[in-house]
Ligand binder design. Structure first.
Ligand code: C5P
Length: 284
């Protein structure tokens, strides 16, 4: 089977505090977009991963392999996957590429195993190998809390066209979180945190990302790029996740520079029964 493996953006991302286990508690509105990789998958005796991008590890460090190992551990089945990954999503970008690949592989292996696991089980298991994977098992729009793995499904938002812009530098997620310099504290009550989602639903433009500050501290050139994009006619320019990619909404055009990865993208959702399809933006 051939499956689309989409990227995500964070329309807002609040860091609520640091937990005793070292993870950060967040509250974020996640949205799938139609920029994505393609996974060509078949059942096999052993896992075998190949990738168009030679810099991506294809061994047990890759979340696709972690996902198949997780599935075997949970179900006791011996099934493996032969996967070819056509990489289009930039990495170290905050676009969730690796997590998306893992969610896509989990969905596929379960299909190939005759849907032995329920979708709820896949969601619960997925949190064991990464914080963002559970989100991709939603339908494309979700409010995520905890370390990102508590996923509340939301109806599709009003369609938006945007630009994704990534500079050549990438950012390491743990390093960005570390640069926040937070100490574990008591976390505010859920009702206080929920205010952001209510604001977004009310006015549709409550865009912010608490990880921009530490990212800009680590790489000041990212702030310069944000300023440049803001002067290119966009209404909103925001870093996604832990960076270094930005999404830009509005009538602007990104600067024509060969070092920038720039693509136009749209919000993407899926129906409860089918996986994401690049050209099916509805949920039929
Ligand atoms: O869970 P995941 O592997 O995606 O996270 C990568 C790293 O990012 C974690 O090891 C942790 O350092 C940091 N992180 C965090 N709080 C989160 C998510 C990630 O501190 N909510």
């Amino acid at each position: 089977m051939k499956l689309f493996s989409p990227a995500k953006i964070n329309l807002f991302l609040r860091i609520v505090g640091k937990r005793l286990d070292g993870y950060h508690e967040l509250a974020s509105l996640f949205q799938v977009i139609d920029l994505g990789d393609t996974l060509t998958i078949e059942a096999a005796d052993h896992d075998h991963l190949t990738c168009t991008d030679p810099t991506i590890p294809t061994d047990e460090k890759n979340l696709v392999i972690k996902a198949t190992q997780l599935f075997r551990r949970k179900t006791g089945l011996k099934i493996g996957l032969k996967v070819h990954l056509d990489k289009k999503i930039p990495y170290e970008a905050g676009l969730g590429g690796g997590s998306s690949n893992a969610a896509t592989a989990l969905w596929a292996i379960n299909q190939l195993a005759g849907n032995i696991a329920t979708h709820e089980e896949l969601k619960t298991w997925s949190a064991e190998i990464g914080s963002d994977i559970t989100f991709f098992l939603s339908q494309g729009t979700a409010y995520c809390t905890g370390r990102g793995e508590n996923v509340r499904h939301l109806s599709p938002l009003v369609a938006r066209t945007l630009w994704i812009v990534k500079p050549p530098i990438g950012l390491s997620t743990p390093e960005v979180y570390r640069t926040l310099g937070l100490k574990p504290t008591h976390l505010p009550p859920e009702s206080e945190i929920a205010a952001d989602l209510n604001k977004f639903i009310a006015n549709g433009n409550h865009f912010f990302n608490d990880l921009e500050k530490p990212a800009f501290q680590l790489r000041p050139e990212l702030k310069l790029l944000k300023d440049e994009l803001q002067h290119s006619g966009f209404d909103t320019v925001l870093m996604t996740g832990s960076g270094s990619a930005f999404f830009c909404i509005g009538e602007g055009t990104p600067p024509l520079r060969p070092d920038l990865f720039c693509v136009k993208a749209r919000f993407l959702n899926r129906s409860p029964i089918n996986w994401y399809e690049k050209d099916n933006h509805g949920i039929s």
